[in-house]
Design a protein around this ligand. Structure first.
Ligand code: SF4
Length: 381
């Protein structure tokens, strides 16, 4: 049996420079369609016969993106454009940009001008989930996306293909949830850095291959727990809230400080795999994707009829998190608007909380000082 570290190295090897997705394109001749966070329904791209890939590892960017994007735009948007301008995304045949904030809504035009692709599509999402037309609106968006993939790439999506893709993606989500549960009952079995790299890998490689590697990883983790269980305890438990992380520096630092992240609501974290699309008999696959969207973990950009503060404190209680880090990208209006209410919810329950307003590339010196100060406060509680 392969040890955990060997499988992690294999995953790193296959996601480096999008190796695995490029290989799949070469072998199958399928077009590769990139997506930016958050909420682009990859199942629809996969069901049409294309290869979806997340443009999510954009933390070590240079300055190219800044040449075309103003300073007051978050570094996720700048980083993504930067990667495209560097030529590393030349293997893409298309890109879907979710219009979930003003910055992303403006990006399609800039991308088209400076890093053109045969297909760039903005995608809309219901913002008011409580509105009666929200489900219908989103289903229409899914129909439009399906149609545009057909017209642009001559890709036909049948119901059977879409159901098979949803099943594949549900399996991936279930595997990620199993890894999460193993971590929760054995703190430290997979450190924060490795855990978030594993989640990221599922966005960066073909799901079929990712599922194989995740299944191997689970077997290896279970074996390691059986032989080393006592070593995986005594960590400070922390929750992380926000939208995005781009590189592993922060999680590496949390590992070093003896903190274990026991939950998050990140769009490229737990929110990516928390909820399946329900394939109950007779359920239309597009309706299944609509329901998944509506039931997912609350996100700052939407009014979901859920009090996000109560949601977070409830989940933190369940996971026995001792504190929370708000990981916010600088200039992210969505998180800026929610933050006062979220802080109030934490303060009322006297939950230690720290807001890190960050940009990529990440400078860790200041972050370390603030985390160490938070840990000292937590020691005194
Ligand atoms: S981090 Fe905020 S501002 Fe940046 S793309 Fe996401 S939602 Fe938009």
């Amino acid at each position: 049996m392969q040890p955990v570290n060997d499988i992690l190295m294999q995953i790193e090897n296959e996601i480096a420079d999008y190796k695995s997705i490029k290989l799949s394109k070469k072998e199958t001749g399928r077009p590769v369609i990139g997506w930016l966070p958050t909420d682009v329904p990859e199942e629809l791209i996969h069901g049409a016969g294309a290869l979806p890939v997340g443009i999510v590892n954009t933390g070590k960017n240079g300055d190219l993106g800044s040449s075309f994007i103003p300073d007051y735009i978050c570094s996720m948007v700048k980083g993504a454009l930067d990667v495209a301008l560097s030529g590393k995304l030349n293997f893409l045949d298309g890109l879907i940009i979710p219009h979930v904030c003003d910055s992303l809504s403006q990006l399609s035009g800039v991308w088209n001008n400076h890093a053109p692709l045969p297909y760039i599509r903005g995608m809309l999402f219901p913002v008011q989930y409580t509105s009666k037309s929200a489900n219908k609106f989103f289903k229409n968006e899914l129909e439009d996306l399906k149609l545009s993939l057909k017209e642009s790439f001559d890709l036909q999506t049948t119901n059977d293909n879409l159901m098979a893709s949803i099943e594949l993606y549900n399996s991936n989500r279930q595997l990620l949830r199993e890894i999460l549960l193993l971590r929760l009952s054995n703190h430290g079995i997979l450190g924060n850095k490795n855990y978030y790299r594993v989640i990221m890998s599922s966005m960066l490689m073909p799901k079929e291959r990712n599922n194989e590697l995740l299944a191997d990883l689970i077997t290896a983790m279970k074996n390691e727990v059986e032989t080393n269980a006592p070593a995986y305890q005594n960590k400070k438990t922390m929750f992380v809230s926000g939208m995005y992380y781009a590189d592993s520096g922060l999680f590496d630092l949390l590992d070093e400080l003896g903190i274990i992240v026991v939950g998050d609501d990140l769009s490229v974290g737990e929110r990516y795999f928390a909820v399946d699309a329900d394939l109950a008999p007779g359920n239309d696959p597009l309706n299944a994707l609509v329901s998944r969207q509506m039931q997912n973990i609350p996100y700052a950009g939407y009014e979901q009829g859920t009090d996000r503060g109560s949601f977070l404190t409830g989940l933190m209680r369940e996971r026995q998190a001792q504190g929370i880090i708000f990981l916010h990208l600088k200039f992210c209006e969505q998180e800026n608007f929610d933050y006062p209410l979220l802080k109030k919810a934490m303060d009322e329950l006297k939950i230690p909380n720290l807001r890190l307003e960050i940009s990529y590339p990440l400078s860790l010196g200041m972050v370390r000082n603030r985390l160490e100060a938070m840990l000292e406060i937590m020691e005194g509680i």
